[in-house]
Ligand binder design. Structure first.
Ligand code: HEC
Length: 298
């Protein structure tokens, strides 16, 4: 058995080593080492099984030899080696499942030896327990193949990474949806350069014709001063851009721009306040100090 211990230990060490030495300088890659490790464990297990079978066989032969030397006849030895199977009470499923024997059979179950007058019944191991036991073996083999040999299943860390990636995607989708749910009541004044830049692009494309390249005013009013026809708070701007002032020539943008885009462009317009562009259009509307509107919108 000394050899066996040695082989078993080697197998275990090879299996464990890759886990310990992920970033070592060994010539073999972690994967190859893993395969060698698992192969070694499998080989050791098979060897173990063979050794068990050989031992079982040896015990049987030895028993025969000892019984023979004790003066047993051939028939007696045969009877001893292959005890007659006791008849089961087939009517009772429960008894069968638990491998229970009726009390009347107790005599047949008694083990010949007694220990200081104490006797034992040779009750068989219940079937459910044996199946549970075999089940664990089958499960273990399946588990090993699935997770460590064919890599069809994901180990904890990989599973964690996959789920985090999925959650990231879900989060992005949720956030983009949430951003698009903004309206004139929930719009917020932000100073995020990304938002301002997006707003600037939208302004260039849609608003320059009437409000001028620097929003200094053209057909439409100057959007950089403190005078507003329809309110200077971010919420007011959102409302004006969303619904427009059709009778005065300001289109509605509800159908053209998404809520997020409207929010971006009005934030860009707010960022222009006080930029004093050349050739500004004369102020229109009532004066609303930026500090006041800022306070109101926050
Ligand atoms: C077709 C020309 C036209 C276009 C294009 C246009 N506007 Fe206007 N806009 C106007 C006019 C005209 C007014 C003034 C409405 C009034 O007198 O009530 C106005 C008013 C506004 C106001 C309100 C100003 C205030 O004093 O209350 C804002 C804000 C505004 N526009 C933003 C935008 C934005 C942002 C865009 C681009 C998405 C845009 N406009 C595109 C013509 C336009």
């Amino acid at each position: 058995m000394k050899y066996f211990d040695a082989i078993l230990l080697t197998g275990l060490c090879m299996g464990i080593q890759p886990a310990l030495a992920q970033d070592d300088h060994s010539l073999l890659s972690g994967d190859v080492e893993n395969y060698i490790g698992y192969g070694a464990i499998m080989a050791v297990l098979v060897l173990f099984l063979i050794a068990m079978l050989v031992l079982l066989r040896t015990f049987k032969v030895l028993t025969r030899v000892i019984l023979k030397s004790d003066g047993y006849t051939r028939e007696q030895i045969e009877a001893e080696m292959n005890p007659v199977k006791l008849k089961k009470d087939k009517s009772e499923v429960w008894n069968k499942l638990l491998s229970l024997r009726p009390l009347s059979e107790e005599k047949e179950l008694l083990i010949a030896h007694d220990y200081d007058g104490i006797q034992e019944l040779d009750n068989p191991i219940p079937a459910w327990f044996m199946w549970l036991f075999y089940g664990t073996i089958i499960f273990a083999v399946g588990y090993l193949l699935n997770y460590h040999v064919f890599h069809t299943g994901q180990l904890q860390y990989d599973e964690y990474k996959t789920e985090m990636a999925q959650a990231d995607i879900a989060k992005k989708i949720y956030l983009s949806k949430a951003a698009n749910q903004v309206d004139e009541n929930t719009v917020k004044l932000v100073h995020d350069p990304a938002v301002i830049a997006a707003g600037q692009a939208i302004f260039k494309q849609n608003c320059v014709a009437c409000h001028g390249p620097n929003a200094q005013g053209n057909v439409g009013p100057n959007l950089t001063d403190d005078y507003w026809l329809h309110g200077g708070k971010i919420n007011d701007l959102f409302k004006t851009v969303k619904y427009g002032v059709l009778t005065k020539g300001m289109p509605t943008w509800e159908k053209v721009l998404s809520p997020k885009q409207i929010s971006d462009v009005v934030n860009f317009v707010k960022s222009l306040n006080g930029s004093n562009p050349p050739n500004p259009k004369a102020p229109q509307g009532t004066k609303e100090l930026e500090t006041e509107s800022k306070l109101a919108s926050n």
